[in-house]
Design a protein around this ligand. Structure first.
Ligand SMILES: [Ca+2]
Length: 380
C-alpha cells in the first residue's frame, strides 16, 4: 500500500516540459480499466465547492496574473471554475508510518503480463522512434519503455481528474497535517501557475485536460513545469502532445533523462554480496540512493560489487530493497539508477522501471511463437 501511495505521490514530485511546447486541446481517450490498474486506489471524486466563492483564491489570481503576465479576467474565470476536491487533499497525505516495504509485492504490480504485453506492442509500434531517441540521448529504449509502462500502462491510465481541480486543490487547500505542508503547497502553486501559463500560451482550454490527482499529465505523467522544461516535439508536427503522440512521449522521456545526466552505456546497478569477515552492519543501516561510494569504499565496509561492477569507475549507492518480513536485498546503484529516481524519488520505483523494461525487451527479442496454424499449415 505504501509503495502505491508513494508511487502516486511521486508522480507529483516529478516536474516536467521545452520552451514553445504546445499542449493538445483534447483530453486523452478514456479506456477500460485494466486489471492491473484496478489495483491502484484512486482518491474519491466527490466534488467540493467551486473556488469562485473563495476571496483568498481570487486574490491569488491577481498575484498569479501579475507574476506570469496573464490576462487577469481569464485567470479569475479559470480559477473560479476549478473545484476543491476533498479526496485529493486526503490522498496527498503520506501513508501511515511503520508499514514495512515489500519489493516483491511492489514488483508484482508492475512487472506483470498485462504491462509486458502492452509494452511489447508499444516497443514494436515505435521501433524507429525508440532507436532515434536512443541515438540522440543515449537513453536506452528499455528505460523509456519501462517508464511509460509503470506510469500509465502505455497510455491506458493517464488519470481522470481535471488537472485544474487537482492543482488548485493542492495549491489552495494543501492539508496542514502533511509534514512538509508549506513546501508542498508552494510546489503546487508554482505548478498551477506553470499550467495556466502553458495553456494560455498554447491556446489550450485549461478546464479540459485530465491527469493524475496530483496534476501529472499524459502517457509519461509530466507535471506542468516538467512539460515546459523537458517535453519535446519528437514527431515534428510543430507542437508537443504527451496525450496523443507516442513519438513526443518517447522523445520527452529520453530528453528528461538526458537533462538529469544519463550516462550512455552505463549500467543502472550491479549485484553485490557481503564479506562476513569485514561487513560493517552499521553501514547497511543507512542505505541511500545518492551515489557516494567507490567500489573500494564499499569493499572496505564488506560490500563486494560483483563483476563487471567491480570495474565500475565513479560513485555507487548502496540500494536497499526491503521485503516485508523477509531479508532485504541490496544492489549497487550507479548514476543512471539515481537518474531514474529523479523521475520519481523511490528506489522501488526505479527498480520496477528497470525490470519492466528488461522484461519487455526480452519479450520483444523472443522469436515469434509457432502456432498450429502456421506450423506446416495443417489445421483441423
Ligand atoms: Ca509533436
Amino acid at each position: 500500500m505504501k509503495k502505491i501511495y508513494s508511487l502516486l505521490a511521486a508522480a507529483l514530485l516529478l516536474s516536467f516540459s521545452l520552451p514553445s511546447a504546445a499542449v493538445t486541446k483534447k483530453p486523452t481517450a478514456k479506456r477500460k480499466a485494466t486489471k492491473a490498474q484496478a489495483q491502484i486506489p484512486s482518491p474519491s471524486k466527490t466534488k467540493g465547492p467551486l473556488y469562485a466563492g473563495r476571496p483568498d483564491v481570487m486574490q491569488q489570481a491577481e498575484a498569479i496574473a501579475e507574476r506570469r503576465s496573464l490576462n487577469l479576467p481569464w485567470v479569475q474565470k479559470t480559477l473560479g471554475q476549478a473545484r476543491f476536491m476533498p479526496g485529493i487533499a486526503k490522498a496527498i497525505l503520506p501513508p501511515p508510518v511503520g508499514v514495512p516495504k515489500n519489493w516483491a509485492a511492489y514488483r508484482s504490480r508492475f512487472v506483470e503480463p498485462v504491462r509486458i504485453q502492452a509494452g511489447t506492442r508499444f516497443w514494436q509500434n515505435n521501433l524507429e522512434t525508440l532507436q532515434r531517441a536512443e541515438a540522440q540521448t543515449g537513453v536506452p529504449a528499455r528505460i523509456i519503455v519501462g517508464i511509460v509502462g509503470v506510469e500509465t500502462i502505455y497510455g491506458q491510465n493517464t488519470g481522470t481528474f481535471r488537472v485544474i481541480d487537482a492543482l488548485a486543490t493542492l495549491a489552495f487547500d494543501f492539508p496542514a497535517a502533511h509534514p512538509r505542508a508549506e513546501a508542498r503547497r508552494a510546489f503546487f502553486l508554482a505548478e498551477l501557475e506553470e499550467y495556466l501559463a502553458l495553456t494560455a500560451r498554447t491556446h489550450t482550454d485549461p478546464l479540459a485536460l485530465r491527469g493524475s490527482y496530483a496534476g501529472a499529465m499524459g502517457w509519461p505523467q509530466f507535471m506542468p513545469s516538467s512539460w515546459v522544461k523537458y517535453a519535446v516535439d519528437f514527431d515534428g508536427d510543430g507542437r508537443v502532445d504527451l496525450f496523443n503522440s507516442q513519438a513526443d512521449v518517447i522523445g520527452s522521456v529520453a530528453n528528461y533523462f538526458k537533462a538529469f545526466q544519463w550516462q550512455p552505456g552505463m549500467a543502472t546497478h550491479y549485484p553485490v554480496h557481503f564479506d562476513a569477515a569485514t561487513l560493517d552492519p552499521a553501514f547497511l543501516q543507512n542505505p541511500d540512493i545518492l551515489p557516494a561510494w567507490t567500489v573500494a569504499d564499499l569493499a572496505a565496509k564488506g560490500v563486494l560489487v560483483d563483476p563487471p561492477g567491480n570495474q565500475h569507475n565513479g560513485p555507487l549507492a548502496l540500494i536497499e530493497l526491503q521485503n516485508g518480513e523477509e531479508p532485504p536485498e541490496f544492489v549497487a546503484g550507479t548514476a543512471n539508477f539515481y537518474a531514474i529516481t529523479r523521475y520519481n524519488w523511490s528506489s522501488y520505483y526505479a527498480m520496477a522501471v528497470i525490470e519492466l523494461g528488461d522484461a519487455v525487451a526480452e519479450a520483444v527479442a523472443a522469436p515469434p511463437q509457432v502456432t498450429a496454424a502456421d506450423d506446416g499449415g495443417v489445421t483441423k
